[in-house]
Design a protein around this ligand. Sequence first.
Ligand SMILES: C[S@@+](CC[C@H](N)C(=O)[O-])C[C@H]1O[C@@H](n2cnc3c(N)ncnc32)[C@H](O)[C@@H]1O
Length: 216
Amino acid sequence: MEPTDWPGVFRIGRDLYTRNALPGETVYGEDLRSESGTEFRRWDPWRSKLAAYLSNTRPPPLLDGVRTVLYLGAAHGTTVSHLADALPDATVFAVEKSPPSFAPLLALARRRPNVIPILADAQLPERYAADVGPVDLLYQDVAQRDQTRIYRENAVTCRARRGLLMLKIRSVTQRLPPGQVAKEARRDLVQAGHRVGEGVDLGPFSREHLALPIDA
Ligand SMILES: C[S@@+](CC[C@H](N)C(=O)[O-])C[C@H]1O[C@@H](n2cnc3c(N)ncnc32)[C@H](O)[C@@H]1O
């Protein structure tokens, strides 16, 4: 098991792992592996866009010094669980609007105390901003038409220091070529004053998804 550039994230060859906060337990049927008395969970890039991002690039130091994460589109908590394990001293506020997805997320949070689940619509950050406070990292994975607006409004309302937007191209529009959708998303964020890093295609793990790292 070798460390990666991200704290709390390890690899063997191309396979990524995080330390398991709950030894013996899996979250989504992932492989477990023990080394020198520590148990790790394999982080599947086919199930998690954050793992796909890490698999496809040498990422910027996104997790360095992170104590609070606002995670939009948590679903059942697959990626949330790995982030929470990679950052045991951080608090991960996990926003999900679908009640059927929220139930398993709630169960996950009962077992991982650094995950705070929030049943809310990410289009209305003013509803949870007071509970969340300023965040070090804003992570967004919601398949919505107005993904950049959701990002911008959360970034301002929750005073995010940096972020990662997993842009689902086809949710924005079916009408325009993917390159143009990506260009317009970038322009929208830059016009709002964000510094947007190099976009990373998440293929083959998540087709027509682009990861956009964002500073301030
Ligand atoms: C692709 S899934 C997220 C997968 C998850 N990020 C992971 O890696 O484990 C997208 C999720 O975003 C949620 N979602 C979509 N629009 C939302 C909104 N406006 N506010 C909060 N959640 C939303 C959906 O209900 C769905 O669970």
